[in-house]
Design a binder for this molecule. Sequence first.
Ligand code: NAP
Length: 251
Amino acid sequence: MTATQKVMIVTGGSRGIGAAISRSAAAQGYSVCINYHNRKSEADDLVAEIVKKGGRAIAHKADVSDFEQVESLFHKVETELGPVTVLVNNAGVTGKICRFDDVDPQIMNRVIGINTMGALYCSQAAVKRMSTRHGGDGGSIITVSSIAARLGSPGEYVWYAASKAAVDAMTIGLAKEVGGEGIRVNSVAPGIIDTEIHASGGEPERVDRIAPMIPKGRAGTAQEIANAVMWLSSDGASYCNGSILDCSGGR
Ligand code: NAP
C-alpha cells in the first residue's frame, strides 16, 4: 500500500484525542478526514496545519448519531480522498457528572446516540466499503472506548460506561464477523486523559483529582492514545483483531 492510498476518517477529529490521531495519521502519510460536529474553526485550523506541513486533510461536519449524516461523511471522503482504509470511531461525550438516579433521560439518549450508535453507524458504513465480500480491499476499524466500560463509573456517569461497554461488544463481535473479509476491528480503552472532556462533564479539575489513583501517577496525554491507535492501524498489529487495548497508566 503506498502512502497516497491510505485514507483515514477520524470522527471527532477536531480536538483532544481525535486531533492528536489526525496529526499522527497525516505525519504517517494518511489522507485524513477530520470529522467534527460544532467547532468548525478548530477543524479548519487543523486542516490548515496539516496542509502547511505537506499533508492532505479535509474537514467535514457530521453528527455521528445521525445515520444520514454518517452516509454523507463517507460519500464525501470517497469522492475527495478515495476509498477509506482506516476508520477511527473517536467522537464521544459524557454528559454532566452525577448519580444515575439524577441523570436526565435526554442526556443518556444523547450519550448513547453519539458514543454507541455513532460507532455502530460508522462501522457499518466502513464494512460496506472495506469488506472483500462487498468488493472492497479490506481495512481497519479502531474504536476509542474507555476503561469506564469495566470500571462502571459509579457516581459519575454510569450511562457513559454503558455506552462504551456496548462498543467493546461491537469490537469483539464485528472482529469475528469480518476478520476473514480483510478487516481488523480493535479498540483502545483510555484511562484519564488530559482533554476538555472533563470540563464538558462539569469537573475541569477531574484529572488532578484522579491522577494520584493511577499507578503511573499521572494522567495520559492525547498523543499517548494516538500512539496506540496508530499502532493498531499499522501492519505491526496485523494479527490483532478483536483486541481491546487498555491505555490507562495501569488503572
Ligand atoms: P473532547 O476533547 O471533548 O473532544 C470530543 C470530540 O468529539 C470533538 O472533536 C467533538 O467535536 C466530537 N464530537 C462530539 N459530539 C459529536 C457528534 N455528535 N458528532 C461528531 N463529533 C462529535 O474529548 P476527548 O477526551 O478527546 O475524547 C475522545 C474520545 O476518547 C471519546 O470517545 C471519549 O469518550 C474517549 N475517552 C476519553 C477519555 C479522557 O479522559 N479524555 C478517557 C476515556 C475515553 P466538536 O469539536 O465539533 O465539538
